[in-house]
Design a protein around this ligand. Sequence first.
Ligand SMILES: [Zn+2]
Length: 319
Amino acid sequence: MTTPTTTRTTPALAIAAGLLATLLVPAAQAVPADAGTAAAAVAPDIPVANVKAHLNQFSTIAANNGGNRAHGRPGYKASIDYVKGKLDAAGFTTSVQQFTSNGATGYNLIADWPGGDPNRVVFAGAHLDSVTSGAGINDNGSGSAGILETALAVSRAQYKPAKHLRFAWWGAEELGIVGSKHYVANLPRTERSKIAGYLNFDMIGSPNPGYFVYDDDPTIEKTFKDYFAGLGVPTEIETEGDGRSDHASFKNAGIPVGGLFTGASTRKTAAQARKWGGTSGQAFDRCYHSSCDTTANINETALNRNSDAAAYAVWALSS
Ligand SMILES: [Zn+2]
């Protein structure tokens, strides 16, 4: 768990955080126990076939570029170009932010959906880089593809949210959340204060999945929990990846964060296997950071549920 920084407790930011919490509360109160019906009525179902099609593209990109999509390697830039092409065609305003890490150029892709209150930004992100040992289809093709398809659903629906929507695909996460740190460090304080919430998706299709929700911002956490409760799928608080992904860059700047995770190298317990199915005593993702993190390393049900949950939260928190 990341220790809160001193800046987070300064009066100005504490007041700002309080205001943001207040702004977020009405949305949550408008969709209480029956959250599933109210917001799900407007949030579209994300077609898992489309999410899988993006994973197939990431797999092909890796195969054509030395087997990976890692920072500083051609497969990473090709991944950026693929995602950017889809978003540009769908009407997003995209920008590519460059940075340097380990002597190589890295890239963050930022995509804004035109419209919505620019002073209240709902932000979803995922890291797009893999490790060098493989194609990184679960880690983190899954989160990247899930939010890409959510963004494309925003375009298909021509959604007009009350708040402004922003999506990002981060570079060099695997080198120590470098890309997202760079983004937040270069964001003026006034721009940081406009981010009502940052939602992180890093591994959402683990082959032996768990259903984990970050316990950071209470409103974001409740939104995700409401979605899974509506499906009758029990969740647990995420602990394995705490501070180990891009949400930490935002959290350390005092921005409310949340997210979803289906597990990495930690083993599923017997109790977890009873409630979620799968294999107890086996890692949630046996191919974590390995060459076998391929398109075969994905549980389609988990990918589907988590992609739908991402869309549900984006709609519910921005409406
Ligand atoms: Zn990851």
